[in-house]
Design a protein around this ligand. Structure first.
Ligand SMILES: [Mg+2]
Length: 278
């Protein structure tokens, strides 16, 4: 097997990136956007114990008082609001299907329109997923969320690649039967509405409403790739667009290919945010 390609280097050193972005932050013309798990919070075996890094929390709060700051996650917006209770930060959940507004999760109109015409229920899907996962080793967790059903394999002991492949094949059939879309992340498979709603479309909508001169997005998993690609392509009016991959033990190679720069773990991203806020 050929060796994997080397990760892309930052097109500029983090210090230079910070120096160029700082005036835009001061002018309120820089959109700072980030994934949550594995990016602002280290990956943990039990996702309910995920915790925002204190350095990142302080930096996000300082930055949000000056410029648009958003956290874009696959988590339900209400859970994201618990995990990331930072004043002024825009919270987008369920891969862009909902936002946290005035203390409540608000689905985007096309999500509610889809639900109205769907013709199935999440209860039926959960039952089908449970049947599909029958016989799996201990540690496979089925998590029902308001806009999706996730199957986590992180708590399974030992080799998990074959298990993930088998579950993916089974869940593809469930997706077809219920007219859903199957996505794959780091040790998680997820069934979502079949809408073109990704972190890329969420970031595009943030760019359209905030119209910044600079934008940074950081993410660690496959679900972040559409946002990284969007920035790596550049946008009219964007003088600086930094698409950053935050690496960890299971970094997907496609994430590194999509990024314009690589940061070695959530601690490095938090440090960069703190520099930007200083
Ligand atoms: Mg993540």
């Amino acid at each position: 097997m050929p060796p994997p390609p080397p990760p892309p280097r930052l097109r500029e050193a983090p210090a230079e990136l910070v120096a160029r972005l700082r005036p835009m932050v001061e002018a309120g013309r820089c959109l700072i956007a980030s994934d949550f798990d594995g990016t602002l919070a280290p990956i943990v075996t039990d996702p309910s114990r995920s915790a925002l890094l204190p350095t990142a929390r302080r930096a996000l709060e300082q930055l949000a008082s000056r410029t648009p700051v958003a956290v874009v996650s696959g988590r339900h917006a209400a859970i994201l609001a618990d995990l990331c209770p930072v004043p002024g930060v825009i919270l987008i959940g369920s891969f862009g299907l909902e936002r946290w507004v005035d203390g409540a999760a608000r689905p985007v109109p096309r999500a509610t329109a889809w639900l109205d015409r769907w013709g199935h229920s999440w209860d039926e899907v959960v039952a089908a997923v449970e049947r599909a996962a029958r016989g799996s080793p201990p540690g496979v967790r089925i998590v029902r969320k308001p806009w999706s059903i996730a199957v986590h394999c992180r708590q399974v002991a030992g080799a998990r690649a074959a298990l993930e492949r088998r579950l993916a094949a089974e869940l593809r059939l469930v997706a077809r039967r219920f007219d859903l879309r199957l996505t794959r992340g780091r040790l998680v498979l997820e069934l979502l509405p079949p809408l073109r709603c990704t972190k890329g479309t969420a970031l595009a909508s943030l760019l359209a409403t905030t119209r910044p001169e600079g934008c940074v997005f950081a993410g660690d998993d496959r679900g972040d790739i559409p946002a990284l690609r969007l920035l790596a392509r550049g946008r009219p009016g964007l003088v600086i667009a930094a698409a950053l991959a935050v690496t960890g033990p299971e970094t997907p190679p496609a994430l590194l290919r999509a990024a314009t720069g690589v940061l070695a773990g959530p601690g490095v991203w938090a440090a960069l945010l703190a520099e930007l806020a200083a």
